[in-house]
Ligand binder design. Structure first.
Ligand code: ADP
Ligand code: MG
Length: 365
């Protein structure tokens, strides 16, 4: 089922200033393709949950429309939309077994929508198998790990065979290892069922790793939509560039003079097609090449071994921030005893931004 958002907007009366509005979501237009997993990504408070709540019907929009397929569902109550919901807090019924928890949404159906008992049990078993908790059906939630509880919550969302699955930070309560594992599981389940899924998270790595498309939001405004790798490689603006990637992109203040990009005194790169001007310069950590006579001269602070790679921590006068974090393969020769380290930059890993609008400025290397 494709989901179409047209100029979707939500304003709340401000809690701080009487008579003013907080625009939680502003003019969000997007057609979510059928059967895809969409990662809705942005810092806390950017409007992710509000967007999800409007799609599922818990929150009425102040403006715009929502379509499921060709049907306008904007005013439809949540129970008639055919959505499955999973939140950060699994909210299982503690006194019920896993089986009873999964069955609950089916038993709550009224009239013709309510399947026969045998069919309910069959569907509950199927949903449990899908999330691999079918061996735990007679346990109570308190006898399960956090990850297992979240699987029960997902099974409970799937048992009604939703047309759209909405997940709001579903992994936030899990420890690091379980988060990794469960996000892979969610990806697998989504592929197997083909249910159009919107996955909300503030964790860019999580969104990047499992999404077909990511939507990057800030302060209610969608800044970029695209495939994770495309958004990473071609961020539309400085915010998106800074939000994606670990370690984060290194930002310098720079200047283009005569087709050459300068960071302080260092002429680091030829940038064709950009006139003389000041710019913000973002360099991805993997964009630094160790080079004895490289044009970028930095003060070496530390070298951290991370197994396959090494993280080189350095400083430069033009850096906007406290330290440069670059990642280099650990088999490259680097004398950690030196006071300086010199780099060349990989053009594809360097982005220029307007200092006013922060929009990316394309250039040819
Ligand atoms: P996210 O899920 O991305 O953290 P939310 O969608 O929860 O963000 O919130 C977006 C903005 O809307 C925030 O500024 C938040 O304070 C505000 N907001 C959310 N719900 C309400 C509400 N019921 N009343 C007033 N403001 C709200
Ligand atoms: Mg939220």
């Amino acid at each position: 089922m494709k989901v179409v958002l047209q100029h979707l907007t939500k304003k709340f009366p401000s809690r701080q200033k009487k008579g003013e509005d907080v625009v939680a979501v502003s003019d969000f237009t997007f057609e979510i393709p059928d059967g895809k997993l969409i990662g809705l990504l942005g810092p806390s408070g950017c409007g992710k949950s509000t967007t999800l709540n409007m799609i599922c019907g818990l929150e009425p929009p102040t403006g715009g429309h929502i379509f499921f397929g060709e049907d306008d569902v904007t005013r439809l109550p949540p129970e008639n939309r055919g959505v499955g919901l999973v939140f950060q807090n699994y909210a299982l019924y503690p006194h019920m077994t896993v089986r009873q928890n999964i069955l609950f949404p089916l038993q709550n159906l009224k009239g013709e929508a309510r399947p026969a008992k045998a069919e309910m049990l069959r569907r509950a078993e199927e949903a449990a198998r899908l999330v691999q908790i079918d061996a735990l059906m007679d346990r109570k939630p308190s006898e399960l790990s956090g990850g297992q509880q979240q699987r029960v919550a997902i099974a409970r969302a799937l048992v009604k065979m939703p047309k759209v699955l909405l997940l709001d930070e579903p992994l936030s309560n899990l420890d690091a290892r379980l988060r990794l594992q469960t996000r892979e599981e969610i990806r697998r389940i989504q592929r197997e069922t083909g249910i159009t899924t919107i996955f909300v998270t503030h964790d860019q790595e999580e969104a990047m790793s499992i999404s077909d498309l990511i939507v990057v939001m800030k302060e209610g405004v969608v800044h970029q939509i695209g495939r994770p790798q495309d958004v990473y490689d071609e961020p539309k603006n400085l915010f998106v560039a800074k939000f994606l990637g670990t370690p984060p992109i290194n930002v310098f203040s720079g200047e283009v003079r005569g087709g050459v990009l300068y960071l302080g005194e260092d002429g680091v790169l030829c940038v064709k097609g950009v006139g003389d001007r000041k710019v913000f310069v973002g360099v991805r950590p993997e964009g630094f090449l160790l080079q004895a006579a490289g044009p970028l001269c930095c003060t070496l602070r530390a070298v951290e071994v991370m197994g396959r790679d090494r993280s080189v921590v350095s400083a430069h006068p033009a850096l906007l921030g406290t330290e440069i974090r670059s990642i280099i393969p650990s088999d490259e020769v680097l004398d950690a005893g030196h006071e300086t380290v010199r780099f060349a930059l990989k053009p594809a890993k360097v982005h220029l931004f307007d200092t006013e609008t922060e929009a990316r400025i394309p250039f040819e290397a």
